[in-house]
Write a protein of this length. Structure first.
Length: 431
């Protein structure tokens, strides 16, 4: 693959032209789909194939798998031509011929290739992945779990016949690649050449595929919530204190008694007060990065006061809530950037309970639920509700535990004329 000379902004950071195709490599049940969140091209053609479909001796299965790969790749190239920067090509890509085909196709389009190989010899982790796949993969919907597990193991055996790891010393040594062994216990990086590649590698090195969940809770209702004021460092309301007392019970209901969590709060007193009754064996950490969106000159004001004092700003924010930045404060876009180290720590951690603020949790929720961050200002994260998110290979499971303690609604509809009212509750999410 030819070396590329991406344009930079004078500080070594690329600003245009660089495009990267991240190519997954490895056997099934090694965490590739968890990393990549794969698409459904092959499934559109063969919705629930048996293991025989993946037998290398099955010429028809091979033809259809190849056609699915080519269709996915063609769509990705089209996306790059429309301005896309990073695309993920998720398949086993287990042979040298397949990897060469991908590399050659990308080279013709001026697209850099980063191979990401996930290797795992830890039988316990492999079995955990198989259990996850048989319960969440579209291939096995409605099937007996034990039969699904057996079929999936047979599928792996077919791939093992042809699988070749990336050759570190031979004819693949010129590739740019990242190899992760046993869920990141060992990592090999080869020929990372520029800023954007290094950022992708940094993100991937923080991922792990061990089973875990993330729990999200807003602070209890605050005195500012009652008066309709934004920002500030307000105390909890009486009902907010009730929620703080109730939170340990909700956590036990969701987590159990013998699964200690690490608790993250912001540095503001309403989140710290909400977490104060959690078990003593829960390690608690305060993060400045988890503080609420900075409302700048509008801090402590009601929406009506903002509308009266800054009418143009009021309309501008309601019409473009994601990008609008308060005078002297932040936008949701700013918060997303601020949360990058939090996301990295979440990805490398196991069970975490986060007690923080509405805007912060909206951005974290959107990340795990694979929602566009531009929609985060309208995510429904109500007061007095514990949300459990469990990342899996094919999406994220969500459970909600609503405390029987009333609280005001702080949700606001999209647009300057929208009412300040409760959103329509999401189906099948409440406990």
């Amino acid at each position: 693959m030819p070396n590329m000379t991406p344009k930079t902004n004078g500080r070594g950071v690329q600003v245009e032209d660089t495009k990267i195709c991240v190519v997954m490599v490895g056997l099934p049940a090694r965490g590739k789909s968890y990393i990549a969140q794969r698409g459904n091209y092959r499934r559109n053609d063969a919705p629930q194939p048996s293991a025989d479909f993946f037998d290398t001796a099955n010429a028809e299965g091979e033809r259809r798998r190849r056609a699915a790969a080519e269709a996915a790749f063609a769509d990705m190239l089209g996306w790059f031509r429309e301005g896309g920067v990073i695309g993920i090509f998720d398949a086993t890509n287990s042979t040298k011929d397949r990897r060469k085909w991908v590399s050659d196709m990308c080279a013709r389009e001026g697209i850099e290739v980063l191979f990401v190989e996930s290797k795992c010899d830890n039988e316990e982790l492999i079995m955990a992945n198989i259990r996850d796949v048989k319960t969440t993969s579209p291939d096995y919907q409605g099937q007996d779990p034990e039969a699904a597990a057996l079929d999936f193991r047979n599928r792996i055996k077919h791939y093992e016949k042809v699988y070749k790891t990336i050759d570190e010393d031979g004819d693949e040594s010129h590739y740019t690649y990242l190899k992760m062994m046993d869920v990141g216990s060992q990592v090999i990086i080869n020929r990372i050449q520029d800023y954007l590649q290094s950022r992708v590698v940094y993100y991937l090195m923080n991922l792990h595929i061990r089973p875990r969940s993330v729990w999200l809770s807003r602070h209890g209702e605050s005195m500012f919530n009652l008066s309709g004021r934004i920002g500030g460092d307000a105390d909890l309301s009486p009902r907010g204190h009730q929620y703080a007392s109730k939170l340990p019970e909700l956590v036990r209901q969701s987590v159990g008694d013998n699964r200690p969590l690490t608790v993250w709060t912001s540095t503001l007193k309403r989140t710290i007060a909400t977490a104060r009754f959690l078990p003593e064996n829960y390690n608690q950490l305060q993060w400045k990065a988890l503080d609420e969106l900075d409302a700048g000159v509008c801090d402590g004001m009601t929406y009506q006061e903002i509308k009266d004092a800054y009418p143009e700003d009021f309309v501008a924010r309601d019409e473009d809530k994601y990008n609008y930045r308060y005078r002297g404060g932040e936008s949701y876009r700013d918060v997303v950037i601020r949360l990058e180290p939090i996301i990295m720590e979440l990805e490398r951690s196991e069970d975490i309970l986060i007690v923080t603020h509405q805007a912060i949790l909206r951005c974290i929720y959107a990340y795990f639920m694979k929602k566009d961050q531009s929609l985060s200002p309208w995510m429904n994260v109500p007061l007095h509700c514990l949300i459990k998110l469990t990342p899996r290979a094919y999406g994220t499971d969500e459970e909600r535990y609503q405390a029987d303690i009333p609280a005001v609604s702080t949700w606001r509809g999209k647009g300057s004329t929208a009412k300040h009212e409760d959103p329509i509750p999401e189906a099948n999410m409440s406990h």
